[in-house]
Design a protein around this ligand. Structure first.
Ligand SMILES: *[C@@H]1O[C@H](CO)[C@@H](O)[C@H](O)[C@H]1NC(C)=O
Ligand SMILES: *[C@@H]1O[C@H](CO)[C@@H](O)[C@H](O)[C@H]1NC(C)=O
Ligand SMILES: *[C@@H]1O[C@H](CO)[C@@H](O)[C@H](O)[C@H]1NC(C)=O
Ligand SMILES: *[C@@H]1O[C@H](CO)[C@@H](O)[C@H](O)[C@H]1NC(C)=O
Length: 415
């Protein structure tokens, strides 16, 4: 999960961006917005192959400026422009890829970008795409955050006012984007952060970091609408996918998660003025050896009252997952909150259907809802999860949840 000040920093940055961003130029003709091909032909302002612009794939020459120049050349043109990152290892520092652009931009990533381990080379994130419409990254290359060089400097496990290490790939205020086929490896902090964006497809990406690496969430989504994550293989040291406040119409399907902390909504209620989470579908996914499976969590002492509503979890396989199904309205990591028992985050309309497999703890189902604000409309339909060790039996632990159980074994039918 995002440690305390991630969201703060992101919100502050967003506000700053809103204030600083120049008014958006008049919209280019509709045809210019088609991806991946399309748009009228146009001559870019200069080369788009980063090697022609001086990048060296030797793993040690700093290629940041070549990539920024390619971005500028593409952004200043019209039509669809394709930046080429050929095979090779390109060392880079922070890169802000800013719009608005007149063109649609595709980055063809066949090489590997390496994020330098020198933290002074970053203000905040590593690759940050801002205020861009119609954007794609595809290819077989890798964004290697080189996290092992800096993970020891992450203090967010111990302190809530920690310095956030750079996220690898950030989309801020991006509309109509596709990230396809690439690998994200060993991010310093989150691998991807999709913020205040709309119509984003993340397809067939691979995200890999050790199970014990700190805060290396796979994909975090916040304040965004219509985000689809499909066909991904994600194994990290934190949530495979985390869905923060303000997320609407989120689709996650065909994702394999593990190791990691599972597919999570939340933590909700940490900050003031959080927006609702609404309409999330997680379908045809597999979780292997994760510490949680499908989770919705909100702080016991929430600072705001977002609603979390309309969830469908369907066709999910659990393999040795510690808490396969969990709604927790009393989330309170490290006991930092005031345990009033009075949640403000209302959770409703949550369907778990056709979920099967094995649990690594006896609690296959945990619905830990607050007595002042019970979870409403929870449906457990054909959920078949077994704890398969002999020292205890499979159980559902359900508090303050209303709804129904259909087609469940007696020990799991808690509604
Ligand atoms: C949602 O985003 C996808 C791209 O991932 C796009 O094709 C689709 O048109 C969007 N839907 C709406 C309603 O905007
Ligand atoms: C199940 O997961 C736990 C940790 O989550 C791990 O220690 C254990 O080895 C796993 N068991 C199997 C059979 O994979
Ligand atoms: C329990 O589940 C694990 C993971 O699926 C499996 O490897 C193991 O053989 C199972 N053990 C028993 C006793 O069924
Ligand atoms: C079985 O598991 C439940 C839930 O984790 C726990 O409360 C209980 O103490 C366990 N029983 C035994 C005999 O270990």
């Amino acid at each position: 999960m995002a440690p305390s000040n991630v969201a703060m920093t992101v919100v502050a940055a967003a506000v700053a961006l809103l204030l600083l961003a120049p008014a958006r130029a008049t919209k280019a003709p509709e045809t210019a917005y088609t991806l991946p091909a399309g748009g009228p032909p146009s001559v870019p302002a200069g080369p788009l192959d980063i090697v022609q612009l001086g990048a060296k794939g030797d793993g040690k020459t700093d290629s940041t400026q070549a990539i920024l120049k390619a971005w500028k050349n593409a952004c200043d043109a019209t039509g669809t422009q394709k930046i080429v990152i050929p095979p090779g290892n390109y060392l880079t520092g922070a890169m802000e890829l800013k719009g608005p652009c007149k063109s649609s931009i595709i980055i063809r990533l066949d090489g590997n970008l390496l994020g330098t381990g020198d933290l002074s080379a970053y203000k905040k994130n590593w690759i940050e795409v801002q205020n861009v419409e119609n954007f794609a990254i595809n290819g077989h290359g890798t964004l290697d955050g080189q996290g092992p060089l800096v993970w020891k400097q992450n203090e967010c496990q111990k302190s809530y006012n920690c310095k956030i290490l750079p996220n690898s790939l950030v989309l801020d205020f991006v509309k109509n984007a596709q990230i396809r086929g690439i690998t994200l490896l060993n991010s310093k902090f989150f691998h991807m952060n999709i913020f205040a964006s709309e119509n984003v497809l993340v397809d067939k990406v691979t995200i890999t970091a050790p199970g014990n690496s700190p805060n290396t969430d796979g994909i975090h989504v916040g304040d965004s609408t219509n985000v689809t994550i499909s066909g991904a293989t994600i194994g990290t040291g934190d949530d495979c996918v985390s869905i923060g406040p303000g997320s609407k119409t989120i689709r996650i399907h065909g994702v394999r998660c593990g190791p990691g902390h599972g597919i999570s909504v939340g933590s909700l209620g940490r900050y003031k003025d959080e927006k609702d989470v609404e309409d999330v579908k997680v379908t045809d996914c597999t979780l292997v050896g994760t510490s949680n499976g499908l989770r919705i969590k909100s702080y016991e002492d929430s600072k705001s009252s977002p609603k979390a509503t309309k969830f469908l979890y369907e066709g999910v396989t659990m393999d040795n997952v510690s808490f396969p199904i969990i709604i927790d309205q009393k989330y309170c990591p490290n006991n930092i909150c005031v345990k009033s028992g009075a949640s403000k985050v209302a959770v409703s309309d949550v369907i778990f259907r056709n979920i099967h497999g094995t649990s690594n703890t006896p609690e296959a189902i945990t619905l830990n809802c607050a007595n002042n604000l019970p979870c409403q409309g929870v449906q457990l339909v054909n959920v078949d999860i077994k704890y398969n060790k002999s020292n205890n039996k499979t159980m559902a632990v359900c508090k303050n949840a209303a709804g129904k159980s259909i087609g469940l074994a007696k020990e799991l039918a808690c509604l």
